[in-house]
Write a protein that binds this ligand. Structure first.
Ligand code: MN3
Length: 216
């Protein structure tokens, strides 16, 4: 389901195609934003990551999550681009065309009711966390190591998988808070983007991630 994190046989990471057409998330996210976000921004992170790793042969062939797990030891060129590559792959896989992402159900719904009072409370907490985050970053729904669901944000390229991250656990969903994610469609109206984003949340993917984390 989620984007593979291993480099290809030639040792290079690849830009994986979007899981749906560029216009599939409209009107929540327009096709031009998606084309630029994936084809220019994400592509540049992958190219810079490959260039940074090519300069450091000892890192060659390592999986992306293995790199993130030792983020503190990495040169900034590797860390920032590895983080951005992983986060963007996870972001694409956190979204589905409106009406196709399903809704929280089963064990995941029960956990959302327990920790947020219900899906409405979760949406509110998620949007509030994103709105309160100053500057570039990411808003996450995470299953913490104690089994609770937690909403929080990370700055820049940071993810819950990174060594030393302020927010730890198993990511279930992520939204991109960088302006390039919403500025063409929403301009300065970040709160509108955060509210609309729930129409494209991929609850089927979140449920699969939640079930896998509970089995560990
Ligand atoms: Mn982005």
């Amino acid at each position: 389901m989620d984007t593979p994190t291993l480099p290809a046989a030639d040792g290079r990471f690849a830009l994986v195609p979007l899981p749906w057409p560029e216009d599939a998330l409209a009107p929540v996210i327009d096709a031009e934003t998606m084309a630029l976000h994936h084809g220019a921004h994400h592509r540049a992170y992958v190219e810079k990551l490959n260039a940074a790793i090519a300069e450091r042969p000892s890192l060659g062939g390592q999986a992306l999550d293995a790199l993130l797990a030792r983020a503190r030891t990495l040169h900034a060129d590797v860390r920032t681009n590895a983080g951005q590559h992983w986060n963007h792959g996870f972001f694409w896989d956190s979204m589905a065309p409106p009406g196709e992402g399903g809704a929280p159900e089963g064990e995941l719904l029960r956990a959302i009711e327990r920790d947020f009072g219900g899906p409405g409370g979760l949406a509110e907490a998620f949007a509030a966390a994103g709105a309160a985050h100053f500057g570039s970053g990411w808003a996450w729904l995470v299953r913490a190591r104690n089994g609770r669901l937690v909403v929080g944000t990370t700055p820049d390229e940071e993810s819950p998988l990174m060594e030393g991250a302020a927010l730890g656990g198993t990511p279930l969903l992520v939204n991109d808070l960088w302006e390039h994610a919403f500025y063409l469609g929403y301009r300065n109206r970040k709160a509108d983007y955060l509210a609309a984003w729930w129409k494209v949340a991929n609850w089927k993917a979140a449920a699969a991630r939640f079930a896998a984390a509970r089995r560990q």
